[in-house]
Structures are given as structure tokens and as C-alpha cells.
Design a protein around this ligand. Structure first.
Ligand SMILES: CCCCCCCCCCCCCC(=O)SCCNC(=O)CCNC(=O)[C@H](O)C(C)(C)COP(=O)(O)OP(=O)(O)OC[C@H]1O[C@@H](n2cnc3c(N)ncnc32)[C@H](O)[C@@H]1OP(=O)(O)O
Ligand SMILES: Nc1ncnc2c1ncn2[C@@H]1O[C@H](COP(=O)(O)OP(=O)(O)OP(=O)(O)O)[C@@H](O)[C@H]1O
Ligand SMILES: O=C(O)CCC(=O)C(=O)O
Ligand SMILES: [Fe+2]
Ligand SMILES: [Mg+2]
Length: 331
């Protein structure tokens, strides 16, 4: 089995060579190729063969009850305090839903549909360091693990314009680092999430494809800032609604096409997530690729935020990333 694991890993690596956006840096010259095989022994101690196969075929695995009720309650409490600005976290980005942008400002969790970049809040960032999550993450990233992007999504009751939807997309669109197989998202339900309040919707198996072109969807009610969707979304593709209970966690590949439907309830549907990458990943130049459009939007926003200082798309990731395990080797 040692041999077959090595063979499988090699196959995964060779797959990368077919992906145009990954071809920028030659894989043969990358040090991780020599290092990975032994590390996969660790992985199989945790993932059952069924789970490994499921990730290979579907691009995600769902682990029930991975985060305790107590931890989630603490995250909810901190979220409320951050939204009320009772505590501050440097770098925190708060986002309001398009439908309520022009209404009166109330510093309350009901006004804030998403917070991002909570890496400087020790309490929320504890989510990214939970050992039971990192054990799974390591199966995909290897032992050097960076938390690259953090979010707490507070999907509001839809105000009637379907702006609470998140269009179908691949998270890799936002990331100027590779390889894709060494990136994984952990997404934990902070309460029951179902079709009514807008659970995640995934297109199983799409992680084996390439990175698609993304743009704003042509929706009547508009779409939130940076909520790009895959161009030419095929609504006939079989999809799975991931209904989850509080504490359930899904791990998914950054090429997996996913989104979420509108929230048709009166509650604010909450989930906390972190995108992890192997610290051995490397930054790529996205000029001339399909990612140029998002890179330009991000640069524009960082320019505003940091008073006219130009920060490259890659650097904006390098300074937000935090090592959570092992060594910060490259990213
Ligand atoms: C830095 C690197 C970022 C990395 C990217 C994400 C990675 C994700 C990776 C993982 C996969 C992720 C997949 C995903 O998650 S995709 C979604 C990811 N979304 C984001 O990353 C958005 C992050 N949000 C922000 O940066 C802020 O909240 C913005 C900049 C939007 C507002 O900031 P702030 O509140 O401080 O700014 P302001 O009041 O001065 O307004 C400024 C302008 O913005 C307009 N506006 C405000 N709200 C909205 C809205 N909802 N829809 C449309 N426009 C909106 C507003 O009218 C004004 O425009 P104008 O009137 O001047 O024309
Ligand atoms: N044109 C599009 N481009 C990208 N994504 C889309 C497009 N149309 C719908 N989606 C996405 O497809 C997913 C399913 O959307 P939809 O609103 O139909 O929700 P649903 O879960 O099917 O709800 P319902 O139970 O009402 O059918 C959501 O992630 C939505 O944002
Ligand atoms: O919680 C959701 O609605 C999904 C959000 C998502 O996919 C994302 O922000 O990348
Ligand atoms: Fe996403
Ligand atoms: Mg539908």
C-alpha cells in the first residue's frame, strides 16, 4: 500500500500538468514532490478508504459534529461583539448585503452579512487552530499549514432581491497560489443549515476540472461586491445540497464549484470558515489569466484601504496568511 499511495500521489501531481494555470512553475523542480510520499502515511491513519475515495471523486468530505457546541457558542458571542464594535481586530473586513447598503447604519450583527480576515482576533482565530480540524487539513496540505483566508458568513434573510445568494464559483479564482491540491477549505455550520436558509450547494466532481472564467452573474437584483460566479453556469449539472447541523464541517477542494441559495427564513444563517494552504505552495503571476479581473478588484480595494499604497495581489495574501502548524517555508 505504501507503493500505491506513492503512485496515487504521483498521479495527482501529474494531473496538475494538464492545468494551464498551474504550468507557470514546473512541478519537477518543486521540493514537495520528494517530500510528500511519507506524509501520506499520516493521512490514511485518519481518513478511511471510503473518505479518501469520496474526496477523490466528489471533491469534498463532510464530517459530522467536529466542532463542539461550546466552541461555536463562543464564536457566536465574539462575532456579536465584533459587529457591535465592542472589540476590535486589526485588518477585519466587514461586509453589508447589497440590499441594505443604503439603509441606516446599525452596528449590529444583523447589518453585517460577512466578516473576513479575523486572523488578528485571538478568539475567532482559535477556530483555525482547532486540532481536530487541523488533523483533517493535514491530509490535504501536508504538515506545513497556513491559514490563508478567514470568514464568518452571516447570510441575512433575503430582502426580496435574491441578493443573499452566493453564485456558483470556484474559490481558486481568488487565490494567486498553487498547487490547487494543497489548498482546502474548512466550512463549519454554526447552526442547522438547510435548503430553506441557504445551505451550501455543490457540484460533485467538478474539482477534477480546470479553473473557469468568473464574472458577476447577470442577476436582476444585482450581486454583492466580488461575488463572481462561473461563466456559463450549467444549471443542469447534478447538484447536492449540503444540509448540516451545528458543528458539522465540510472540507472541500478549491476547484469544486459551489455556491449557496437564498435565505428564505427570518434568521441569519451562520457559518465559519478558513482556507488553508500548504506553506510549500508558491505564488503565481495571474497577469494574462482568467484571474486578472479579481486581482484588479482586490488591488483597487487595498489601494483605498491603505491610502493609495499599491499592494500586489500576492502580497495582500502574504501578509494575511498565518502559520498554524509546521514551518512557513514559502507562502
Ligand atoms: C484584500 C484581499 C481580498 C481577497 C478577496 C476575497 C477572497 C475570498 C477568497 C475565498 C473565496 C471567497 C468567495 C467569496 O467570498 S467572494 C466574496 C468576497 N467578497 C469580498 O471579499 C468582499 C469583501 N468586502 C469588502 O472588501 C468590503 O466590504 C467592501 C469593499 C465591499 C465595502 O467596504 P466598506 O464597507 O468599507 O466600504 P465603503 O462603505 O467605503 O464602500 C465602498 C464601495 O463599496 C460598495 N459596496 C459596499 N458593499 C457592497 C456590496 N455588498 N456589494 C456591492 N458593492 C458594495 C459601496 O457602495 C462603495 O461603492 P461606491 O459607492 O464608492 O461606488
Ligand atoms: N446564473 C447563475 N450563475 C451562478 N450561480 C447561480 C446562477 N443561478 C443560480 N446559481 C446558484 O445556484 C445555487 C442554487 O440556487 P437556487 O437559488 O436555485 O437555490 P436552491 O438551493 O436551488 O433553492 P430552491 O430550493 O429554491 O431550488 C446557488 O448557489 C445560486 O447562487
Ligand atoms: O457560506 C456560504 O454561503 C458560502 C460562501 C462561499 O462559498 C465563499 O465565501 O467562498
Ligand atoms: Fe466559496
Ligand atoms: Mg432553485
Amino acid at each position: 500500500t505504501e507503493m500505491s499511495r506513492a503512485a496515487e500521489r504521483l498521479r495527482l501531481l501529474i494531473n496538475h500538468l494538464d492545468r494551464p494555470s498551474d504550468a507557470i512553475v514546473s512541478f519537477e523542480s518543486h521540493p514537495l514532490i520528494c517530500k510528500t510520499q511519507g506524509e501520506y502515511t499520516l493521512d490514511t491513519d485518519l481518513l478511511t478508504p471510503e473518505q479518501r475515495l469520496s474526496y477523490e471523486q466528489n471533491g469534498y468530505i463532510l464530517i459530522k459534529n467536529l466542532v463542539s457546541e461550546e466552541d461555536i457558542n463562543r464564536f457566536r458571542y465574539t462575532h456579536t461583539r465584533l459587529c457591535r464594535q465592542e472589540v476590535k481586530a486589526p485588518g477585519l473586513v466587514t461586509m453589508r448585503d447589497l440590499a441594505i447598503l443604503k439603509s441606516e447604519f446599525v452596528p449590529d450583527q444583523r447589518a453585517i452579512s460577512k466578516i473576513q480576515d479575523f486572523q488578528e482576533d485571538p478568539e475567532l482565530f482559535r477556530y483555525c487552530t482547532l486540532p481536530q480540524i487541523l488533523k483533517y487539513v493535514e491530509c490535504f496540505t501536508g504538515p506545513n499549514i497556513m491559514a490563508m483566508h478567514t470568514m464568518l458568513i452571516n447570510k441575512p434573510p433575503d430582502a426580496g432581491k435574491k441578493t443573499s445568494r452566493h453564485p456558483m464559483h470556484q474559490d481558486l479564482h481568488y487565490f494567486p497560489f498553487r498547487p490547487a491540491d494543497w489548498i482546502v477549505c474548512a466550512w463549519t455550520a454554526m447552526e442547522t443549515v438547510n435548503r430553506q436558509n441557504g445551505c451550501l450547494v455543490v457540484l460533485p466532481g467538478t474539482h477534477t476540472g480546470t479553473l473557469q472564467e468568473h464574472d458577476y452573474p447577470e442577476w436582476e437584483g444585482g450581486a454583492n461586491k466580488m461575488y463572481h460566479g462561473v461563466r456559463g453556469y450549467d444549471s443542469q449539472h447534478p447538484r447536492v445540497h449540503l444540509e448540516m447541523e451545528k458543528g458539522d464541517t465540510v472540507f472541500f477542494h478549491p476547484l469544486l464549484i459551489h455556491g449557496s441559495g437564498m435565505n428564505q427564513t427570518q434568521g441569519f444563517r451562520k457559518a465559519i470558515s478558513c482556507h488553508y494552504a500548504s506553506a510549500d505552495c508558491y505564488y503565481i503571476d495571474v497577469n494574462g489569466t482568467t484571474q486578472e479581473n479579481i486581482a484588479n478588484e482586490v488591488k483597487e480595494i487595498t489601494m483605498r484601504k491603505y491610502a493609495g499604497q499599491e499592494i500586489s495581489f500576492q502580497d495582500s495574501w502574504a501578509f494575511r496568511g498565518r502559520l498554524v502548524k509546521g514551518e512557513r517555508t514559502s507562502l
